[in-house]
Design a protein around this ligand. Structure first.
Ligand code: GTR
Length: 378
């Protein structure tokens, strides 16, 4: 059996036509995969609940009020800003899985949800001191504060702020809600002194990496997008037949709430899906994109993620930028472990399994350094 069926084409044209082609492709991903993000939502207010000095910077605990036509919701956002910068700094925005208090052992951070997960339990995924040293601010919110990650929460999360028909096959899912939330956090950090909202990086691991890609695809204010082990429904090609990888049948059975209801139609029919991951990656062009894999993370299909970057590269080349494709040839294996394949679209695969590590952050910030004006390291 061939390793991969032919991929749907990139809508490659003269780069001047890209805005129109881009809009059509965003619409195709909305229709078939994530559902349509409604318009009319805003960030209505940002309240600082307390700022303290931390090593290398300042930490602020914000309440961000997001609104839609049916109401509003308050989302706690934890922001770290480096000290001593002479001008506004770039900001990395990413959601976390278990609560803002799990991203740092610092005792002052509010416990809003998941009191059961200890302070600092996920701190290895948020190396704040090093991020600050590199000259970046960083903002995070608990994904459940936007919408709880389980079926049946469409009404009590941010989707509940908008009218919608739950039976609509192209209605948005939880990934769409999280992506919308990333854009609202970008609105909010634009109000934080010392942050440059024109230098924003969307980052996410795994299911939250899917959300970062979809946020970056829709919201061109994100100058850089980082996908970490996002896998199926993220950076991995559905049409790549990787051993032990997650399929559309598996993901829509375990996590039916993540996607547009109509996505499940493509279970065991990946070759019929009108879009594939390389087109999602191309939607970030000509902005910077970094895709990260872990070699033992077969479920996320590292080779399928790498091949997606190669197949997305022509979109970058049409802007005279480089992707990960070399000499127009399709690679058959992964690049060397731990080395970033550099380009405006870049890639790395590291040793180890499914996680967001300091090594991943290092490569991600290297990729961002290439396009943003960064004052660090301090
Ligand atoms: C898995 C899921 C993946 C990935 C992962 C995660 O259970 O099948 O798609 O998102 O969770 O978020 O860690």
């Amino acid at each position: 059996m061939p390793r991969m069926r032919e991929l749907p084409p990139l809508p490659l044209t003269h780069s001047g036509e890209w805005p129109d082609r881009r809009a059509e492709l965003v619409d195709a991903f909305a229709r078939h995969v994530y559902g349509r993000t409604p318009t009319g939502g805003t960030t209505a207010g940002v309240e600082d609940r307390g700022s303290v000095a931390v090593r290398g910077g300042r930490r602020s605990d914000l309440d961000v009020t997001v609104t839609g036509p049916l109401g509003e919701r308050v989302v706690p956002v934890l922001v770290h800003v480096p000290e001593g910068a002479t001008g506004p700094v770039p900001v990395v925005i990413g959601l976390n899985f278990a609560g803002n208090h799990t991203t740092t052992p610092a005792p002052g951070v509010r416990i809003h949800r998941n009191a059961g997960t200890e302070r600092g339990a996920r701190a290895s995924r948020w190396p704040y001191e090093e991020i600050l040293r590199r000259g970046y601010a960083v903002a995070t919110a608990h994904c459940d504060d936007l919408e709880v990650d389980a079926p049946g929460h469409a009404d009590d999360g941010v989707r509940g702020l908008f009218p919608g028909d739950p039976a609509d096959p192209a209605g948005w899912g939880t990934i769409g809600a999280w992506a919308w939330g990333l854009s609202r956090i970008l609105d909010a950090v634009a109000e934080v002194p010392g942050i440059d909202p024109a230098a924003a990086v969307a980052i996410g691991h795994s299911r939250l990496g899917k959300a970062a890609l979809w946020a970056g695809a829709q919201d061109e204010r994100f100058a850089v997008v980082v996908s970490n082990d996002s896998g199926c429904g993220g950076a991995a090609l559905h049409r790549h037949r990787g051993p032990g990888k997650e399929t559309i049948a598996a993901i829509t059975t375990s996590f039916p709430h993540w996607f547009a209801p109509g996505f499940a139609r493509y279970a065991d029919r990946e070759d019929d899906l009108p879009v594939d991951a390389h087109q999602l990656l191309a939607l970030i062009a000509p902005r910077a994109l970094h895709v990260a894999s872990a070699v033992e993370d077969a479920w996320a299909d590292p080779l399928g993620e790498y091949l997606a970057t190669v197949a997305a590269s022509p979109a970058y080349e049409s802007f005279d930028l480089t992707g990960t494709r070399v000499d127009g040839e399709e690679p058959v294996s992964l690049p060397a472990l731990g080395e970033r394949v550099e380009g405006r679209l870049s890639y790395h695969v590291r040793s180890g399994g499914h996680d967001l590590t300091a090594e991943d952050w290092g490569h991600a910030l290297d990729a961002a350094d290439g396009v943003l004006k960064v004052a660090g390291p301090h």
